[in-house]
Structures are given as C-alpha cells and as structure tokens.
Design a protein around this ligand. Structure first.
Ligand code: AMP
Length: 542
C-alpha cells in the first residue's frame, strides 16, 4: 500500500522560491570582484535568476546541457546556479586553481555550452579559448562599465546579457532525479572524474547540513562560506543558507586573513566554513594584529585534516566552537561532522580535543562502515583501521559518462579511498588516504597523525609527511616542514618534541625544512608533487 501524501519533487528552485517567500528581505552580501561590497536579498536573487534562466533558454540551452561557471563566491554566481538548474540545465563548476590543461580537459569532457566567469579569469580563458570548441558564449560576471575588451567568443557582460530577458519565466517541472550539477574530482591519479549531482541529492544534502549538529542554520543565522562554490557545492551552503533563511555573506576573490576577518566582523557572521589553509592565514593574521572575533560562534573545518593546534586556537583563544568535517566531492560533499553527543558533553581539556580531532560522526543520509581488504566489516573500537566505505542518497553511484566503471562494492557501498577507525560512539577518525599511509615493517603509520603532531610545535606553520623507501622497513616517514614567519626550525628539537607525543617507531627518520609545501587545486597537500621533489632523497637512517 502506498502512502497518500503529495508528490512534491525535491527541486533546487523550490529553495529559492521558499527563501523569496519566507525570507525575501534577508540579505546576501558579497565582496564584489570589482571591489565594493554589494548587498542584495533572496527576493532579488530569485528575480534575477528567473531572468537569467529565460536568457539561457533564449540562447538555446536545453535541459541537460552543461553551463560552466569559473567564478568566486558572489551573488551573481549564486543567481546563475538557480537559473541554470531552474531551467533544467546542469551547472558545471570549474576550479580556477586547476592547471589550464586540466580546465580544458574537463570543459571538453563536460561539453560546456556557455561559460560564465569573473573578470579575474578572462586572461586565463583567452589563453585557453582555442582549446574549448564546445563553448559558444562567454558571460562575464560584471556590468558594461567594467567589461574589458576581449576576443572571447560572443563575450558579454552578465548584467547586459540578463537585461535582454524579463522575469516572466516558469521554472522547469522535472523529475527530482534529473541532473543538476557537475563537479570533477581533483584526479591526483588518472583523468578527473565527473560527479553528477541531482536536484534530489542536493536538496537532501542541504537539509541534512542545515541541522544543529552540522551547520546549525536558522532564519536568524549569518553564514560566510569561505569554501568556494567550485568546491563540491560549497559544502551545501549555496542551498542550505537560503533554505533556512540565514543571511549569506560571500567573500568574493579575497580570501586572505585580513579580508576574511573584515567580512566576518563587519557582517556579524556567526558560522563559517572552509579548509585548514584559509584558517591558517586567518589565525596568523589575527595573532599578528591582536584581533578577536565579536560574533563568530562556529567554524566548520574540512577538506583536509584540521590540525589540533588550529582547533585549540579557535576554541581556547577565540571562543569559537570547531566542527571538524570530512567529506569528498563524491558525497555532495559532507560525510561526517564533529558535534558533541550528550554522553560526551562532560569532556574537557585534552580529552575534548582528542574527540574534536576526529572527523566526527555521520549525519542522517550517510551510512558508514570500515572494511578490511577482503570486504569484512571491522569493529567500531576506535583502534582497528579499515577502508572507509559509504552509502546514501547523496553519494555518487557512478561517474559522468561511466568513467571508472562500477564504483560500488557488492553491498552497494562506495570505497572512499580513505583509511579510518570508528569508535564505539560512532566517531570516525581518518588515519590516511590509502595511498599516503606509510607502510613500515608491516605496520601502518598515519601521515596525518605525524603532521598534526608537528604543527602543534610553536615554530611550525605547516607540515607534510611522505613515505620514503627504506631497505629494511620498506618505507619510513620523512617530515617536511615550513617554519612560521620569523622562526627557524631545529629538526632534532622538533623530533624530540614529537617523541613526547607519539610512539618511537612512528617518529619520522628525518626533517626537511622548506619555504613552501605544494598544494592541490582544492587546497590539500600535494603529496604527489612532494614525493617527486624528494624522489632522489636518501634517508640518513639507511
Ligand atoms: P575532495 O573530493 O577533493 O574534496 O577530496 C576528498 C578527500 O579529502 C577525502 O577522501 C579525504 O582524503 C580528504 N579529506 C576531506 N576532509 C578531510 C578531513 N577533515 N580530514 C582528513 N582528510 C579529509
């Protein structure tokens, strides 16, 4: 027997309709790429998205077509998402930090028809345009006054272009499983793979993310996503903020410590979210300038492991609660987040930070397990490592155009490629990427644990650990560190410091001090490049 409730498909434009109806006057504040702060409301975002949707239709874009965006977090970028999905097309977010050839590769694989971009990226696209045959028009997120002279095909200023349409447009009425967004994984091995989100997966993920144990959004909330829209749906915020009526503050192109701090303060932001690299810049800026937060309550840190020292600085120095989150593009992207369950509310000091250092527990919509290499489930005892696998309505079932073949195991779970433990309370701890874990004498050493331990030292700004070949042990860890500004690092003293916190056999065999550690386009440590840099290096312990 079927239920007798209405069939109300979970479509993305229903979010902006709801925001305009219930929270129409709520502000969306952006640092524009042109410079000044720009203010609008959900009501106006919807109106302009309707125009943009109509203009896309006039342009010949059809449901299912891909429309690329290569842009910072601003109100125009947000409008374009609601417009693209609202007329049935698919937004394809491109990460500007990719190598130009990778950008061309994914734009061609996606067969992007229109490419919407910011002023910042016009030179990059001019250099690439010959390699982008499917793109028939470039729309620059600016107005006529700021539009540069450019040879890009059919280039037009966004404001002029949407002015050619009115808002008399009806959103598409489609299946909630229709494709809505496309985001390629960083592809550290092989070609990038496209994750194709649906309306339904985005709506469900955003509902799950709005909850108190996740972003904790409500109509009185104010959120600033430092995480860009091109990082897997900005962790849902482009949808969950309007869905809950929270004020949305967009940092535009300026993600340095001073600029982010200024927006957090001037817009009275309560919740923010981003990768550790941006928080490192922010905390360093605040330490140097002696700044404090006056409104910030919650900081969600994810994308790579949040170092304990960073969690402690936010919580003890600044009184901001840290929610450590883990996820991946394939998961829409959030898969777990570190809120405190009631049985653990008494924890304090080191015991509390031990818990905060884990990647938290899975919200509703995510099923999680750890398996050994034979696919046998491992115990949730906080000690046993396993391959972390996930299942749920917001987890990829396959990649765009079938790349990579079948990606689910016999139980329908997706293998994340991460190695993790899960404790009896459900708190998951990533110990490594399967390919980064250091295999020493048959034991596994977590590179993440060593990195976290190293950055707890007051002279260390950033640390990365890679496995280096060793004739006796197979691999031994090498620690690569960047000193904080104005400090020097003594390798032996650093190892002695770490020796008080971790087992002797896990200690790195050597420390190399460098000016900079390479990062991937999504802000993670680029271990592939680091391994390449140290490919001729020999450990002193050999
Ligand atoms: P991406 O799809 O590019 O976001 O990369 C996803 C990968 O980033 C995951 O599989 C993890 O290896 C890593 N990752 C994301 N969040 C965390 C975290 N909080 N701690 C450790 N690793 C993380």
């Amino acid at each position: 027997m079927l239920g007798l409730m209405q069939n109300w498909p979970l479509l993305i434009h229903k979010i902006i309709d709801h925001a305009a109806t219930q929270h129409g006057g709520r502000e969306v504040v952006s640092r524009s790429v042109e410079g000044p702060i720009h203010r609008t409301t959900y009501r106006d975002i919807r109106q302009r998205a309707l125009r943009c949707a109509k203009r896309l239709t006039q342009e010949g874009i059809r449901p299912g077509d891909r429309v690329a965006t290569l842009a910072w977090n601003t109100w125009r970028h947000l409008e374009s998402w609601y417009a693209i999905t609202g007329m049935g097309a698919v937004y394809h977010t491109i990460n500007p930090r990719l190598f130009p050839d990778q950008i061309a590769w994914i734009a061609n694989h996606a067969e992007d028809r229109i490419l919407m971009t910011d002023l910042t990226f016009v030179p990059l696209l001019e250099a690439l345009a010959d390699k982008l045959p499917t793109v028939r028009r470039y729309v620059v997120f600016t107005d006529a006054a700021h539009m540069p002279a450019t040879k890009l095909k059919n280039a037009v200023a966004y404001e002029d272009w949407i002015a050619e349409a009115d808002e008399d447009f009806r959103w598409i009425d489609c299946d909630e499983n229709a494709a809505a967004g496309l985001c390629y994984t960083s592809g550290t091995t092989g070609n990038p793979k496209g994750v194709l989100y649906s309306h339904r997966s985005n709506v469900l993920h955003s509902m799950a993310m709005s909850a108190p144990d996740c972003l904790g959004l409500g109509a009185r909330g104010v959120i600033l996503p430092v995480v860009p829209l091109f990082h897997a749906n900005s962790w849902s915020i482009a949808f969950s903020a309007p869905m809950s009526g929270a004020k949305l503050v967009m940092p535009g192109a300026k993600l340095d410590g001073a600029s982010v701090y200024e927006m957090l303060e001037s817009e009275q932001v309560q919740v923010t979210a981003g990768v550790p690299t941006v928080w490192l810049m922010l905390l360093q800026y605040m330490e140097k300038e002696g700044k404090r937060f006056s409104h910030l309550k919650r900081c969600v840190i994810g994308g790579s492991a949040a170092p304990r020292a960073m969690i402690e600085a936010f919580e003890t120095v600044h009184g901001v609660e840290v929610f450590h989150a883990w996820g991946m593009t394939e998961m829409s992207p959030v898969g777990s987040i570190g809120s405190i369950k009631p049985g653990l509310a008494h924890l304090q000091g080191d015991a509390l930070f031990d818990l905060k250092e884990t990647q938290g527990f899975a919200p509703f919509t995510v099923e999680m397990r750890i398996d050994d290499d034979q696919g046998r489930p491992q115990p949730w005892d906080g000690k046993t490592f396993g391959r972390l696998k996930v299942k749920g309505p917001c987890v990829a079932g396959g990649y765009f155009r079938g790349e990579g073949g079948n990606i689910l195991d016999a139980n329908g779970f997706f293998d994340t490629g991460d190695i993790a433990t899960i404790d009896e309370n459900g708190y998951m701890r990533i110990t490594d990427r399967a390919k980064d874990v250091i295999k020493s004498g048959g034991e596994w050493i977590s590179s993440i644990d060593l990195e976290n331990c190293a950055v707890a030292h007051p002279d260390v700004a950033e640390a990365a650990v890679i496995g280096v070949r060793h004739p006796k042990w197979d691999e031994r860890p090498l620690l690569v560190v960047v000193p904080k500004e104005g400090r020097t690092i003594d390798g032996a003293a650093l190892l002695a410091f770490m020796g008080e916190r971790i087992a002797r056999w896990q200690l790195p065999d050597d420390v190399q001090v460098v000016a900079e550690i390479p990062h991937t386009a999504t802000g993670k440590i680029n271990k592939l490049r680091l391994r390449d840099t140290f490919k001729d290096y020999t450990l002193p312990t050999i």
